[in-house]
Design a protein around this ligand. Structure first.
Ligand code: ADP
Length: 193
C-alpha cells in the first residue's frame, strides 16, 4: 500500500480535493484534525506545559490554544520543540491508520506543512494542490473571519506555494472551472497501477 502526501498552502483547496478522493473510497488522514485532538488530552497538555515552561490551559483545564500559538510563533525554538512533540505522534497515528487500511492500494496524508518539516520523506509520492496567492486570499477572506494581514502572517509561515509545487510528483490546479475531477481521476488511476 502506498502512502501519498497531499499538500499545498492554506486556501488552495486541499480539503476540497481530499473530499473528492474520499468520494472515490480512498482513506484520507487529515494531520491537522488529528493533531488538534491531542489538545483535548490532559497528558499531552502537561507535556506541552512542561516543555514550554508556561501554563497552557485555561481555568477550566482546557487548552488555551491562542496562548500556545502566541508563545510558539514568537519563539522559533519553542515552535521547534512543540513540533518535535506533535509530529512523531502524528506519524505514529498515521502508521496505525495505514495498517487499519492496508487493503487499499493507497492512502492519503493531508498536511499543509508536509515539506516544511520533512514529512514528505515518509511518503511514496506527493500531490500538490496549487492556486496563486491572490486567488487563495480571496477564497480565505470568504471562508475565514480573518483580515488580510492575519492571513498573510499565517501564509508567510509556510513554504511558498511555488516551491511546494516544484517538488511534488503531481500537481492539481484548483482554479474555478478547471477540470479538477479529471485530474483527481487521472491521479487515482495512476496510483492504483
Ligand atoms: P485548504 O484546505 O487548502 O485550506 P479549502 O479546500 O478549504 O482549502 O478551500 C478554500 C476555500 O475555497 C473553501 O471555501 C472552498 O470551498 C473554496 N474552493 C475550493 N476549491 C474551489 C474551486 N475550484 N472554485 C471555487 N472555490 C473553491
Amino acid at each position: 500500500m502506498k502512502r501519498i502526501g497531499i499538500t499545498g498552502g492554506m486556501g488552495c483547496g486541499k480539503s476540497t480535493v481530499v473530499a473528492e478522493f474520499q468520494q472515490l473510497g480512498i482513506p484520507c488522514f487529515v494531520a491537522d484534525t488529528v493533531a488538534a485532538a491531542y489538545y483535548n488530552d490532559p497528558g499531552f497538555l502537561k507535556q506541552v506545559a512542561d516543555m514550554l515552561g508556561e501554563k497552557v490551559t485555561r481555568d477550566d483545564g482546557r487548552a488555551d490554544k491562542q496562548r500556545i500559538a502566541d508563545i510558539v510563533f514568537a519563539n522559533p525554538d519553542k515552535l521547534h520543540q512543540l513540533n518535535s512533540l506533535v509530529h512523531p505522534r502524528v506519524m505514529h497515528d498515521f502508521d496505525r491508520f495505514c495498517h487499519q487500511n492496508d487493503a487499499h492500494p493507497y492512502v492519503l496524508f493531508e498536511s499543509a506543512i508536509l515539506y516544511d518539516y520533512g514529512l514528505d520523506k515518509q511518503m511514496d509520492a506527493v500531490i500538490c494542490v496549487y492556486l496563486d496567492l491572490e486567488e487563495r486570499i480571496q477564497r480565505l477572506l470568504a471562508r475565514d473571519h480573518l483580515t488580510r494581514k492575519q492571513l498573510m502572517d499565517r501564509i508567510n509561515r509556510q513554504l511558498p506555494a511555488e516551491q511546494v509545487m516544484m517538488r511534488a510528483n503531481y500537481v492539481i490546479l484548483n482554479y474555478e472551472g478547471n477540470p479538477r475531477h479529471r485530474q483527481v481521476a487521472y491521479i487515482d488511476k495512476q496510483l492504483k497501477q
